[in-house]
Ligand binder design. Sequence first.
Ligand code: BTN
Length: 261
Amino acid sequence: MADSMSKEFIQRLEDRLELLGKPLLFFGETDSSNQRLKELALSGATHGTCVWADYQTKGRGRLGRQWQAAAGKSLLFSLLLKQDIDPRNMFVFTALAGLAICQVLKAYGIDAQIKWPNDIFVNGLKLCGMLSEIVKDGLIIGIGVNVNQDEAEMSDLSGVSLKMLDGKNWSREDLLVNVLNQFSSGYLKWQQSPYAWHSDYIGSSWLIGKTVVVQDGVNRQDGEVETIGMDGHLLLRGKDGDRLKVSYGDVSLLAIDGKYK
Ligand code: BTN
C-alpha cells in the first residue's frame, strides 16, 4: 500500500461505503489515527469521517498504553460519530463496533468473539483492539486489526492475525469497507431501536460463563461472568455468591491448570 494512495482508489472505496466512513482520509503515516481525527473534529470534520492509516508512530491503546503495528500489516482506522454523547453511554458504540467486526469475520468463516471491554479474540488470542474517545461534539472509535502479520512478526505472544488463522493474505481495504458498512447498518438499527443490539452482543461475548479475574491497577475482582450490562458493566458472581459490578480493567481467564492467563 503506497504512501500516496491514489485519489481514484480512495474514491472507489468511498463509492462502496453505504453510510459511515466518508470522507475516507488515508495517511501513509500518522501519529495516531484517533489523534489525527480528534484534530480534524476540532476543525469541523463531519459525521462519518474516517481516518485510515497504514502506519502509526504513536498508536494509542487502552489505559494509556501504546499500540504498535508494523507498516503495511494491520488495518488501523478511526471513525467519527458526531452526536450528543454522555460519556457514561459510550459503551454502546464500542459494542456496535465489536459486533460489526465479529459479524464481518463470521461471513469470512472466522469465529471471532468480543472480549469485554474492547478486544476481539479468536481461539483465545487477541486479533483486534478498539479505543473509543470523546471528542468535540461526538466520539471517535479507533480500531486496530492484526491482518497480514506472519507468526514471527506478531510481537505480542497472545496476539493473532487473520493471516495466521487461514494462511492467506487479506485485503485490508475490503475488510475496511465491510466493517464500516456493517457498523453503519448496526448504527442505523440502534437509532431505531436502542436496546436491540444487546442480545447479539451477549451472543458474541467470549467471557460469559467464564471464571475471570479483573485488575484495574488498584483492585482485583474474581468471579464468574454472568453478563455484561447495556451500560458496559461486567457483572460477576463472586465465590461467595455475591454479585460484583466492574466498570473497567484487564480481564484474565482461569486456565485449566488453575492459573489466570
Ligand atoms: C487496545 O487494545 O488497547 C486498543 C487498541 C486500539 C488501537 C487502534 S489502532 C487505530 C486507532 N488509533 C489509535 O491510536 N488507536 C486505535
